[in-house]
Write a protein that binds this ligand. Structure first.
Ligand code: AHR
Length: 550
């Protein structure tokens, strides 16, 4: 195969192309496919922060905004459509200042507190344990409780577990019954602290390890409830934290968390959600993809102590973190969401799937109105809701939940990216550049025997022709997210600027063409070459495509 090297310098971005007959090949290997993609990889996170809870998920039963027992109807429906598998709560940093007893009993009698982490907002505790666990029941998802180690006691955490999960004649079960809930809830996931190296107590890993061992000892399994205990893990490149916890905590944890955010820099400005140039776009996608290297390095450390992969790595905070939208409340982390965020979501999910032997859960931050949210709401005139580009990606990826991962070999064009302004922020790079493959791909066998494939083209202007091997079938259906402008977003005035287009073949094996804003760059799926397990797909620039074949 003829290959040509081509280098271009554009706005501080050096591009290295490897051109060949096709721009990319994806060879799916169906042999040796045993690894399940845990549905929890599509998990969500809700913190008492800004309007995530109040105004986002919860308006209270007396609200004029249509609601079910206080939960917004519009948001409930959207989240049900998303098949949320797990929801982490109440923080984040908030978790280590949260005292659960303030959030039970009659709402009007609950004490108020100041939310010191997030803008000093007064928290009235009207959304507490019952409101959270009932929401999980309504959504059909697993609750993930993040317990307070930073400012809470061992007794407080132990009693919270008893309150939620004991069905016996125990003091906390009695208290729960007095508060209107007879039957215990099932609570599987329990986080023992959050960011204990930072807002969760500024601890050293050695000290936290001992605290973890002590706290977890008293978190009991009541009446058939089986806790999956999660230690507060590292941020980004802090491999020492993981090493110390693996050495000192080891089998006393079921999971170890990892936090990784994508922004264009931590030096004051994190970058605007809506205003960014092409250079910054590529730079931030490079930063996003660097999560793969970070995951691999944490996994290597875990493998040394736990080769059977008994302990899960849980990326329980991830996503984009941009500057807050101008005009919004400081400290509330409200940001808009463009097609760039959608691509961050898609390529991150592909990374988590690739490492699903160790990555058992991931929780994007956060579910409503905070950071890279699924949903934006307001409470004006009966309330409005908008689904973000990221929401659409999560919905498109639902066939991957609990599917069997199919390993694949990907060859594609790459860019080497550097943002002049951000050079000093380079971490872990020898030459100051980040590598950015233009194509990201993942494949799996669904529970009902179909093959599901996701493909993204991150190029801003070049369609990519992808040859797909190892996949066969006659009927294909899927959806594509693709915008003319990478900065396109949805808001209350224009809620559907970014929306998926669905497609399917009209006859078995028939080719598919889906128009995009640029007439010369449609999505084309060539089933004609689909014989012998080969297909060709032309992916438009800035596109995310997910399809199933049977
Ligand atoms: O998601 C926002 C914050 O980011 C969380 O509260 C904290 O854990 C992290 O630093």
């Amino acid at each position: 195969m003829m290959k040509k090297q081509l280098f271009t310098i554009a706005m501080g971005t050096m591009m290295a192309f490897t051109a060949s007959a096709q721009d990319a090949t994806v060879s799916i290997r169906t042999d040796n496919a045993t690894q399940k993609i845990h549905k929890e990889i599509y998990g969500q996170f809700a913190e008492h922060l800004g309007t995530c809870i109040y105004g986002g998920l919860w308006v209270g039963p007396e609200s004029p905004i249509p609601n079910t027992q206080g939960y917004r109807n519009d948001v409930l429906q959207a989240l049900r459509d998303l098949q949320v598998p797990v929801l982490r709560w109440p923080g984040g940093c908030f978790a280590d200042e949260y005292h659960w007893r303030d959030g039970i009993g009659p709402r009007s009698e609950r004490p108020k507190m100041q939310n010191n982490n997030w803008g000093g907002t007064i928290e009235d505790n009207s959304f507490g344990t019952h409101e959270f666990l009932n929401l999980c029941e309504l959504l059909g998802c697993e609750p993930y409780i993040s317990g307070n180690v930073g400012s809470g006691t061992v007794e407080e955490m132990a009693k919270w577990v008893e309150y939620m999960t004991s069905d016996g004649d125990t003091p906390m079960a009695k208290l729960r019954r007095q508060n209107g809930r007879d039957k215990a809830w099932k609570v599987k996931y329990l986080g023992v602290g959050n960011e204990s190296w930072g807002c969760g107590g500024n601890m050293r890993p050695e000290y936290y390890s001992d605290l973890y061992r002590r706290y977890q000892t008293y978190c009991r399994n009541y009446d058939g409830n089986q806790l999956y205990k999660i230690a507060s893990g590292a941020s980004d490149y802090d491999y020492n934290w993981t090493r110390v916890l693996m050495d000192r905590v080891g089998n006393q944890m079921n999971g170890l968390s990892l936090h990784y955010y994508t922004c264009s820099g931590w030096d004051g400005s994190k970058g605007s959600a809506l205003v960014y140039d092409d250079d910054e776009y590529y730079w931030t996608l490079g930063k996003c993809l660097e999560i793969e290297d970070v995951i691999k390095k944490h996994c290597d450390i875990m493998d040394e102590k736990d080769p059977q992969k008994r302990i899960g790595l849980l990326v329980d905070e991830w996503g984009t973190w941009w500057d807050e939208e101008p005009g919004t409340v400081r400290g509330h982390l409200y940001q808009q969401n463009t097609m760039r965020d959608a691509l961050v979501a898609a390529i991150s999910l592909n990374v988590f799937q690739r490492h699903c032997d160790r990555v058992r859960m991931a929780n994007i931050a956060q579910i409503v109105n905070v950071l890279q949210s699924m949903i934006l709401t307001d409470t004006k005139d009966g309330g409005h809701m908008v689904l973000t580009p990221t929401y659409h990606v999560f919905r498109m990826y639902t066939p991957f939940q609990e599917a069997t991962y199919l390993p694949l070999d990907l060859k594609c064009n790459e860019m080497k990216v550097r943002h002049e302004m951000r050079k000093q922020m380079d971490v872990n790079k020898d030459d100051g550049f980040r590598r950015l493959p233009l194509i990201s791909a993942s494949a799996a066998k669904t529970k009902d025997g179909k093959t599901v494939v996701s493909l993204s083209n991150v190029s801003l202007d070049k369609a990519q022709e992808v040859a797909l091997e190892g996949i066969s079938g006659k009927s294909l259906k899927g959806s594509m997210l693709c915008t003319a402008d990478i900065r396109a977003y949805n808001d209350f005035e224009n809620p559907a600027r970014v929306a998926p287009i669905e497609f399917a073949n009209s006859k078995p094996g028939k080719d598919i063409s889906v128009p995009t804003a640029n007439k010369k760059q449609p999505l084309k799926i060539d089933f004609g070459k689909g014989k012998n397990g080969k297909m060709t797909i032309q992916l438009p620039p800035k596109s995310i495509v997910v399809f199933t074949v049977e």
